[in-house]
Design a protein around this ligand. Sequence first.
Ligand SMILES: [Zn+2]
Ligand SMILES: [Zn+2]
Length: 203
Amino acid sequence: MNHIDPASPLVLDTKEVGRRPGSMKELTRTVGAPADFGTDVLMIAQGQPLELELRLESVMEGVLVTGTVRASATGACVRCLDPIDVPVDQGFQELFVWADRASHHQEVGDTDDEDESYRIENDLIDLEPMLRDAVVTTLPFQPVCREDCPGLCSQCGFRLEDDPEHAHEVIDPRWAALGQLQGLGATATDETKHDQEIQEKRN
Ligand SMILES: [Zn+2]
Ligand SMILES: [Zn+2]
C-alpha cells in the first residue's frame, strides 16, 4: 500500500476539521492535475488546474468529503481527429474511514467493501484516488467535436466537413474485372483518379 505523501497538493490534513462528529470545514483549492489523469482519448493534462470545492465533515467512522471538481480535458475527436476540449464538472461524495476503525471492521470479518473504502492515514486524506474514480470513469469513451461530426472519408481520409459533396466514383465491379483482365492495373488508375478529385475539390 502506498503511503500518503503529505506534500502532495491533493492531500488534506483532517486536523483541520477535527474528530468531533458534526464539525465541518469548507475549502476551495486549485491544484495542478497529477500525471495520467484521464483515458487514452481524453486527458486532463498534467499540471492543468483542477478547481476543487470541498466540504469535509467529521462523522463517527471518518470524514465525509463532498464536493465538485472542475477542469478541462483535452483530446481528439474520434471521427475527424480535430483537437477538442471537454469541460469536466463532476460532483462526488465519499467517506474516508479512520484507519483504526477500518482495521476494527476487518477484524470482525467484514465484507470486501471495507477494502474499497478510502482510508485516513496518519490523519491525512489523499483525494487523488477518489478524484480519479470520480472523473476518469465519467469521461466520454468516444469523444466527438460535435454530435453530427461527419468524420473522415473511409476511403481516402478526406475531412468530410470541408466538402459535404465529397464522394468517390464507384467503379462498376464488372469494369474493374475487365480492367484486370486487360492487365491495365485498375488499382493504380483508381488511385490517380481519387487524387485528382481531391485536388480539384480543394482548389
Ligand atoms: Zn469531429
Ligand atoms: Zn475520399
